[in-house]
Design a protein around this ligand. Structure first.
Ligand code: UD1
Length: 424
């Protein structure tokens, strides 16, 4: 299997351009199921997960043109007549976001069958909230060992008031997509407020939906008869942005990050500033300098947006291992999202965990060794740690990283990182 060889790289310097957001584009692609007219999505990152979603949409007989009109990153998705209302098992289990086709299929075709989603192994990751939403809209849901089948009542889904026990991103998106063609009005209470939700609502509204309140904890969706095609540009990836902010910090380098939305990375910027890292918004982008001041330890607690993002927890922890003093990290969004701790400790970090809390004794010199990318973001964390570690680090299972970061190696190399991909 392919792996990365990463050498201690000294301060990274230069400019990096952020790609369209993985977590925004996958729901946008699923939303294109809601109309028989073609939709155009721009700034789509070239990622394995996007490729899997393309295959899922083609499998139900959609037509997709990649790099349409010679425009790199533009997808033309035409979900005209569909031939199936279920996603092929082998495709669906490759990523959790495959479940996002359930709401649109149920809404448009009145039924859907989806195999249990896969994706990163970060805790139990149930789908009960998605199903609770569909049931509240009148669907009959049958959950078996490895698949879920849902059928809308005669006459279609009916608008409802749905309270989410946790502001789940995926459940908010799935329910919102199911509700746009339902009869009557749906309210999602305790909805997720992530920027990707707002991006999806903007796209759906361009398609003719009537959604208000996306980005707050109550979303109101008035059902409409039908939706039409639309063109939309994906928002920049705030997690990729955070990863490069941390690349500058952990190597004590100086990086200008372009194509960003400053508000989306506010919690990451604030915590980095607390540690003494310079983070400044300039006319050209976000300037991050980790080398002009003495850095200090801090405490992190992950929360739903606008709190500190769980997807940046592991990269931030890698950085904290290099900062003198004691830091703590509390993970409140996912269970079992500390698998990178063992890998960081194998590099010489001193991290102890107790339930959902990690205690980091920072300032240890990391040493290169063989490590595993235990999930997508943990993989990025291992590469960051490797840049600051003495000698060579071998990062294995990099397919996780390539699921979610476009041109990962090329972007790091352009900043002066010594990173090589070895194909086996
Ligand atoms: C999305 C992101 C992922 C990010 C996460 C949290 C995509 C493709 N992925 O994942 O990168 O880490 O948001 O910001 O956008 N939960 C339930 N029942 C449910 C659904 C979720 O209990 O039906 C729980 C989960 O187990 C987890 C928490 O809610 O503990 C958050 O999950 P959720 O917000 O749904 O994450 P995803 O949408 O899967």
């Amino acid at each position: 299997m392919a792996k990365y060889l990463v050498q201690e790289s000294g301060p990274l310097r230069g400019t990096v351009h952020i790609s369209g957001a993985k977590n925004a584009v996958l729901p946008l692609m699923a939303a294109s199921i809601l109309t028989k007219e073609p939709c155009r999505i721009k700034d789509v990152p070239n990622l394995l997960d996007v490729e899997v979603m393309c295959r899922i949409l083609r499998d139900i007989c959609g037509t997709i043109v990649e790099n349409e009109g010679d425009e790199y990153g533009t997808l033309l998705i035409d979900m005209g007549p569909l031939c199936k209302t279920e996603a092929e098992r082998d495709l669906a289990i490759q990523m959790r976001a495959s479940f996002l086709i359930m709401g649109p299929l149920l809404s448009r075709e009145g039924k859907a069958k989806v195999y249990m989603p896969g994706g990163c192994t970060i805790g139990a990751r149930p789908i009960d909230l998605h199903l609770k939403g569909f049931e509240a809209m009148g669907a009959e849901v049958v959950a078996k060992d490895d698949y879920v089948e849902a059928t809308a009542p005669e006459g279609g889904l009916v608008g409802s008031r749905i309270y989410l026990d946790f502001p789940s991103v995926g459940a908010t998106e799935n329910i919102m997509m199911a509700a746009v063609l339902a009869k009557g009005t749906t309210y999602i209470e305790n909805a997720a407020e992530e920027p990707e939700i707002v991006d999806l609502a903007n796209f759906l509204n361009k398609m003719g939906a009537k959604i208000k309140g996306a980005g707050t904890d109550i979303i109101k969706i008035e059902g409409v008869e039908s939706l039409h095609g639309a063109t939309h540009t994906v928002i920049p990836d705030r997690i990729e942005t955070g990863t490069f902010m941390l690349a500058a910090a952990i190597t004590r380098g100086e990086v200008l990050i372009k194509n960003i939305v400053p508000d989306h990375v506010r919690p990451i910027a604030s915590k980095l500033r607390e540690c003494g890292v310079t983070v400044e918004l300039t006319d050209e982008g976000l300037y991050v300098n980790g080398g002009d001041r003495k850095l200090v330890a801090t405490d992190i607690k992950t929360l739903p947006y606008p709190g500190f993002p769980t997807d940046i927890q592991s990269p931030f922890m890698a950085f904290l291992t290099t900062v003198e003093g004691a830091s703590t990290v509390k993970e409140t969004v996912f269970e079992n999202r500390f698998m990178h701790v063992a890998e960081l400790n194998r590099m010489g970090a001193k991290i102890r965990t107790e339930g959902n809390r990690a205690f980091i004794q920072g300032g240890k010199q990391l040493e290169g060794t063989k490590v595993i990318a235990t999930d997508l973001r943990a993989g990025a964390a291992m590469v960051l740690a490797a840049l600051a570690a003495k000698g060579t680090t071998e990062v294995e299972k990099i397919s996780h990283i390539e699921r979610g970061y476009e041109d990962f190696v090329e972007k790091f190399r352009s900043l002066g990182a010594s990173i090589l991909k070895i194909e086996d």
